[in-house]
Design a protein. Sequence first.
Length: 88
Amino acid sequence: MRTYALLLAAASAIALGACNRTADGDVVVDRPDVDVTTTKDTLHMPTVTTRTDTINSPVVGTQKETLIVNKPVVGTEKKTVKVPVIKP
């Protein structure tokens, strides 16, 4: 089976005209030379900083409803937080 595949590959190469036969009957295939070169590029990384922003965060407390029971109350309170800023 391997010999059949080799003969089939050689026959297709001959049909394409990219090969020659030597006096011994060997097949010489012309193949292109590939040259790989590299180029250096500079990548500029972004700068990451922080800025101050204000958000409303929930606050849970109690409020007097009667003399016996304290009723829970949910409200908001302004807080200062730092958020990331990406500068290109």
